[in-house]
Design a protein around this ligand. Sequence first.
Ligand code: SF4
Length: 178
Amino acid sequence: MTFKLMLRNFVGGPLTEAAPPVDDAALAELAAQVNQASRARLGRTLSIREVDAGSCNGCELEIHALNNVLYDLERFGLRFVASPRHADVLLVTGPVTKNMREALERTYKATPDPKWVVAVGGCALNGGVFADSYACVGGVSNVIPVDLHIEGCPPTPSDLLRGLLALLSTNTPAKSAP
Ligand code: SF4
């Protein structure tokens, strides 16, 4: 049995799908624009904290892809940070579950002003396919102020970059109520 399995693995091709093509030039231009807009608005590169408020993890996979070898966002100066205290932007995926509500509120409060909140994916807008669940409180804006919504289920890494660019180009970062 083991021998058969080994043979099949040696002889057969890989079972994984080929990675989708990435337009490296377009990606580089987009990421450079985001970085330029960030430097113009903040005087430095953008720091992003991802917050999963109860998503199915589909949106997380696309957000994580921004850091993989295909997209490698850090080469353009954009970076994900571990603590909200170091973040300019909260990228929040939803829906917001009852269990995660307090964590989201505390993360928002811990992020220094001025700050932006970006709701990522259809669930973060209005609860999406989980809207009627007893365990959810709905979209992100039901819990904290949202500056921008990036559509998609899930949005692609390029969609996320375009959203960040729109955010930096048009929105003034919010200050928490005293
Ligand atoms: S928008 Fe789609 S991928 Fe994102 S959390 Fe909702 S169901 Fe999952």
